[in-house]
Design a protein around this ligand. Structure first.
Ligand code: FES
Length: 589
């Protein structure tokens, strides 16, 4: 059988096509449907772009092809869909030569990266999960840099919603993890981030830009103004002040100091989310480039000025006025740090244990003593984050399920404070921002009953856990298996402990935890927990403390698994459609 060239395949004779109305061409290419309709011939991918069902079983009427599985309609000539959720069906050239019908078997785009960039824009604009998944896969297959995809999604989210949201937080958290993820998990991470940003923006009014002031006040004045406008909840004034600082060329460290000082005018605002969003906006700019600061950073201001502080809640006022304790200690911070000896303080774990105490005055005193002994702000926040991870690692199974979120909030808040204080470093003119540590310590104190009785941390004191597998692959497989079943919190913790105490790769374990998360229809907090846990683990590395942190992550994830995994199904279908394989047998019902 001769072909006009190797890219074409014989579909059949024109006479046969006219008689049957449609033919399907199979081969080592994707199945191609050839349709004869009112004197014209069309060739399309036979797999419905929605879920891959065979289009040969669809109907053609008035130039419209209908797939009967979910009733998506397609323009026969262009393949374009009338139902955006289904996506367009690829078409291919067809030729009639000497009474035979030949179809080109390759589907491609002149510039695949540009094509899939545009399709991602379409998917984001219309909140189309399947289109987003295909576009992410297409860009990765076209070797588009992951950072370009992260940037496209982040800027879409910043511009198409009036304020930073859950979607951008998830997107940034997952983008932070990308360097640690294998190829398959990287695809899922980018897909989840993009789909959550699209959902956040769906139906929302786009963001209105504001302009910086015409003057360039000194950094100290701008910091004072940020605090002043935040206190009185004046959003426009806060945004213009922030934009002015950016326009004046303030460094990321100085901007972080100004925003953290303003944010901590309220204690643990919006159960820590407001501060976490600020940190994530900074991390987002690290990923996509600080030239986008004007587009991204002001998005956090709306929530920051509107957030409800803990000072407005009874638990923080009675029976002990924790706000008064924080205010008093906060006023002493400049003096304490000025007097602190720089002796290379390193008692992070010991301070963490004191922070887990049940006397708020003793907790504040422990922080003050650490400063006097030479602890820097980042030492305090590191201890706080570790202590908060221990709250999760020891979370009692008798608590209500919703209590997990209380423990989670303190941990992600502490991690955000830690990341921001690291960023600020020595750039701050004062230590106002360290109030975040005081507030976090009080939030941790209020969550103390979540460890009554405490869950046992496995792997302590040389515990070998020999009833569990010894092979690293088998341990990780057992861990994924545990996440397949409900209430496997303690087993997940034991498997993590087993993996680490036997000295196996923490990176492989983290990739497995990421896999466990990315296959679920995970809630917002689960993404935060994994990313914050990995961040804090890297500070401790493969130590007892590092093990405790990853146990905390595994326990939280196990408590929230499994889910329906609908998003994974979408990602899987998109991937299989993009790879060209048949998803359904034509004869299957
Ligand atoms: S509409 Fe064709 S598979 Fe859903």
């Amino acid at each position: 059988m001769d072909a006009p060239n190797q890219e074409f395949a014989l579909a059949g004779s024109l006479e046969e096509l006219k008689a049957k109305g449609r033919l399907v061409v199979h081969g080592c290419h994707r199945p191609i449907l050839v349709i004869y309709d009112r004197g014209r011939i069309f060739a399309l991918d036979n797999r419905c772009p929605h879920m891959g069902f065979p289009l040969e079983r669809g109907s053609v009427e008035d130039g419209i092809l209908t797939c009967h599985w979910h009733h998506a309609r397609f323009d026969l000539e262009s393949g374009c869909t009338f139902d955006l959720w289904a996506d367009d069906v690829p078409i291919c050239p067809v030729e009639v030569r000497n009474g035979d019908v030949w179809v080109k078997t390759t589907f491609g785009h002149a510039d695949p990266a540009a094509h899939w960039h545009q399709r991602l824009a379409d998917g984001l604009a219309h909140d189309l999960g399947l289109v987003i998944a295909k576009a992410v896969h297409g860009q990765l297959a076209a070797d588009a840099p992951r950072a370009d995809i992260v940037r496209q999604v982040a800027l879409f989210g910043a511009q198409n919603r009036d304020g930073w949201g859950v979607g951008l937080t998830i997107h940034t958290a997952l983008a932070n993890l990308l360097p640690m993820l294998p190829k398959e998990e990287a695809y899922l991470a980018l897909f989840h981030g993009a789909r959550r940003v699209a959902t956040d923006c769906d139906g929302e009014a786009p963001r209105r830009e504001r302009a910086p002031l015409g003057s360039r006040p000194d950094p100290a004045a701008l910091k004072r103004w940020l605090r002043r406008w935040t206190i009185v909840r004046h959003r426009e004034a806060t945004e213009r002040t922030l934009l002015t600082a950016i326009a004046a060329g303030a460094s990321p460290a100085v901007l972080a100091d100004g925003l953290l000082a303003a944010e901590t005018e309220r204690a643990f605002a919006d159960t820590g989310h407001s501060l976490d969003f600020i940190n994530k906006a900074f991390e987002c700019l690290d990923l996509i480039g600080w030239e986008h600061a004007v587009a991204v950073l002001p998005t956090v201001v709306g929530q920051m000025v509107a957030a409800r502080g803990a000072e407005e809640t009874t638990a923080w006022r009675q029976p002990v006025d924790l706000i008064a304790l924080c205010d008093e200690a906060g006023s002493q911070l400049p003096e304490l740090f000025a007097a602190g000896r720089d002796h290379g303080w390193s008692d992070h774990a010991a301070l963490a244990r004191e922070l887990l105490g049940d006397d708020p005055i003793a907790i504040i005193d422990a922080l003050k003593a650490a400063i006097r002994a030479g602890a820097a702000a980042v030492d305090l926040s590191r201890s706080l984050a570790y202590a908060a991870a221990l709250r999760v690692a020891r979370f009692g199974n008798a608590n209500e399920h919703s209590d997990w979120e209380t423990a989670h909030h303190v941990f992600t808040y502490a991690n955000a404070v830690d990341q921001l204080l690291k960023r600020i470093g020595t750039a701050a003119g004062d230590v106002t921002a360290v109030r975040g540590v005081l507030h976090g310590a009080m939030a941790l104190y209020l969550a103390r009953y979540l460890n009554v009785p405490p869950a046992r941390i496995p792997g302590e004191g040389g515990e070998r856990l020999d009833d569990l597998p010894a092979d690293p692959d088998a341990i990780r497989a057992a861990l994924l298996d545990a996440f397949d079943r409900q209430r496997q919190v303690d087993l997940a913790a034991r498997l993590v402990a087993r993996h680490l105490t036997l000295g196996y790769s923490p990176q492989a374990l983290i990739a497995t935890l990421a896999r466990a998360l990315l296959r679920e229809d995970a809630g917002f907090h689960a993404y935060q927990m994994l990313e914050a846990g990995v961040r804090q683990f890297t500070a401790w590395d493969d130590t007892d403390e590092g093990r405790h942190i990853l146990i905390a992550v595994a326990r939280y994830l196990a408590a929230h698994s499994p889910t329906e995994r609908a998003a994974l199904q979408t990602a899987d279908i998109a991937q299989r459609l993009m790879r060209g394989g048949e998803l359904h047998e034509a004869g299957a019902s």
